[in-house]
Design a protein around this ligand. Sequence first.
Ligand code: ING
Length: 306
Amino acid sequence: MSRLLAIAAAQLGPIPRTSSRGEVLSRLIELLRQAANRNCQLVVFPECALTPFFPHWWIDDQAEIDSYFETELPNPETQPLFDEAARLKVGFCLGYAELVCDGEQTRRFNSTVLVERDGRIVGHYRKVHLPGHCEHRPGNPFQNLERRYFEPGDLGFRVFSAFGAKVGMLICNDRRWPESYRMLGLQGCELVLMGYNTPRHYPEYPETDRLADFHHRLSLQAGAYQNGMWVVAAAKAGNEEGVDQIGGSMIVAPSGEVVAESTTLRDELVVHQCDLDACQTYKQGVFNPRSRHPEHYGMITQNIEQ
Ligand code: ING
């Protein structure tokens, strides 16, 4: 008997800077309802799904920066999403900016939570790989200030037992680093959920712009195949406050095949019935652990100054 799980990648179009949390929640709930109507048990929302991707802007005022963060989840503004999901018995993965008051210290992370079909938060991840820069680059058409606004994640790469599967989460830039998938794959992970905000233009390396979709797709397919995992990725897409972001929300099978993908840059659901047992073909076959030789892999965990 195959373990089948119907999953939706819930792509979001742009979130205008003027959008209230309530307006965004309405969009998320509409996608959740569409997913429930298509018998999905799990919906994956993008990175920073509640707000525009504010790291694209230089913001002087810390209070304005912090207005994009959540100090707890759920909270009165996001509770309707949790309530509707539990009513529909649909679980979800939600990217958000997390502000933690840790005694006298305030800490800020680019985070995601995994919520089971009964509304319980069963997983939590904080983005490890932060791209971009700390200083203002006024010559660039937009910023990427994640290294200024967030700390690197301190929870590591964990696998959660949920939805009858072993589930891991990544966020955006994590998907470009093979170690991200490997850390999950070596824990038996069968399903990786992620969201992303990916500009088409890379100011420092414009020669990569024409390859933005290809590099996104390549990273997901390689990560899926080389670790025998399903990969579900949801974009915040389209022109958000002047920044053109790629779409390409998709579901990739453990074979590395793209089995479903978005065709717009707007709010759009991408759905597939995932056979979790399909992972075994690759976990036990071509990538059987008996062929690994960690004694030769030491450099992978060392700090290499290039
Ligand atoms: N965004 C981008 C990403 O990794 C980026 C940053 C774009 C890095 C293009 C390299 C090339 O998709 C986030 N939020 O990580």
